[in-house]
Design a protein around this ligand. Structure first.
Ligand SMILES: Cc1ncc(COP(=O)(O)O)c(C=O)c1O
Length: 391
């Protein structure tokens, strides 16, 4: 664990003394994808969220569990972490002995429940009677927190999360009733889907949570509004986060719950997306197609089937200035699989060529952590930089 703490230690230099991406490319000429962490961007996003959200902020570790990212989230003031597995619990506990951890995966193995409890995790989520029975059997009564995950109808989020987890309102009410005697804290949680642009989605979900609580007729201590808070991508700029917080606060107040009822959120993407870019190198140009050394089996999985567009720019530290005119390139990743291709064409200077570097931004969320070693393309470098986010 000491090694983990060492890895997560903030850079010894203040951010202003960190190198910038272009200098690193010029000096290092990276021939494997270079992950450029912007600690200041993550610290700032986390601090803004903590300051603005009218409740407790739990960082969703799955979104980016890099120890340096976790440290930046912590430095931004986040003290609660939403973990989805025993290894995530061990990782966060090893870094932050004083953090408050929550087990927010609705399906957990018995060994994972026991390991999490031993790691100090007291709250866990469930969406059916079988999981409630499992948690009650595997964890001691005292201090146990239970949250019932509510199912939501398919919403307008870029990433739909309905259909796998969650109990419909009537079932959720029955679960709240069944869980109450076993819970030192009882809550209800939901997730509107990831990258949800519409603040009203939380208002609608909150109304369903209220219906479940009323039907349950038992006291509920926590409303957990999940993640889903969006960030900007090219062509898609969400309203300010304050609009989401205001919608949530108003919907929470409208439920008329006792004053002691707490509000939680589990943001992932909103805290870390802007905090990482990836510098990939062009391996070959063939007409309007570029083959680069990162792709959908690497950091760019969201640019594959989900069709996310990311900000991209050419970096050519030595040699002629890139041409002013842009052209839409089809970008392929390095593996032999034909699906290893960005779904949306990327506008780059017309003279983009083999050996150039492309910096792709907004990859801090669900980028690096979804990398695979498919075809042997798993080498990366990680550096800390002082550049601002690319959007
Ligand atoms: C239970 C839970 N909480 C929080 C999150 C984080 O969501 P986001 O990154 O959209 O904020 C997720 C993401 O899948 C999740 O499953």
């Amino acid at each position: 664990m000491d090694l983990l703490r060492l890895l997560a230690r903030p850079p010894a230099l203040p951010d202003t003394l960190l190198p910038c991406v272009d200098d690193l490319i010029a000096v290092e000429r990276p021939d494997v994808p270079m992950h450029c962490l912007r600690p200041a961007a993550i610290i700032g996003a986390a601090a803004d969220f903590v300051a603005g959200f009218p409740g407790e902020v739990l960082y969703a570790v799955k979104c980016n569990p890099d120890p340096a990212v976790l440290r930046a989230v912590w430095d931004g003031g986040v003290r609660h972490f939403d973990c989805a597995s025993a290894p995530e619990v061990a990782l966060v506990r090893g870094l932050f002995p004083d953090a408050v951890l929550h087990f927010m995966h609705p399906v957990k193995s018995r060994p994972a429940l026991r390991a999490a409890w031993a790691g100090g995790v007291r709250d866990s989520v469930l969406d059916c009677a079988g999981e409630l029975a499992k948690i009650v059997q595997e964890t001691p009564d005292e201090e146990r927190g239970l949250l019932v995950r509510l199912a939501l109808p398919r919403g307008r989020a870029a990433y739909d999360l309905s259909g796998k987890f969650g109990a419909p309102v009537e079932e959720a009410a029955a679960l709240l009733r069944a869980a109450r005697p076993h819970a030192a804290r009882l809550g209800i949680s939901f997730h509107v889907g990831s990258q949800c642009l519409d603040p009203l989605a939380w208002r609608e979900a909150m109304a369903l949570a209220g219906a479940a609580i009323r039907a349950a007729r038992v006291p509920v201590d926590i409303i957990d509004v999940g993640g889903g808070f969006p960030v900007a991508y090219p062509g898609s700029v969400p309203p300010p986060l304050g609009d989401y917080f205001a919608a949530i606060a108003a919907a929470f107040a409208a439920l008329g719950l006792p004053e002691a009822t707490r509000l939680w959120a589990e943001p992932g993407r909103a805290l870390v997306a802007g905090g990482v870019s990836v510098v990939a190198q062009v391996l070959l140009r063939r007409g309007d197609a570029l083959f680069i050394n990162d792709g959908i089996y690497g950091s760019l999985s969201d640019a594959g089937a989900p069709g996310f567009r990311f900000p991209a720019r050419l970096a050519r530290p030595a040699g002629p200035a890139p041409s002013a005119g842009l052209r839409d390139f089809t970008v392929f990743g390095p593996t032999c699989d034909a699906v290893d291709r960005l779904r949306v064409a990327v506008p780059l200077p017309e003279d983009t060529a083999e050996g150039d570097w492309i910096e792709i931004g907004q990859l801090g969320a669900y980028g690096a952590c979804l990398r695979t070693g498919f075809n042997g393309f798993d080498a990366i470098r990680s550096v800390a930089v002082r550049d601002p986010p690319m959007l």
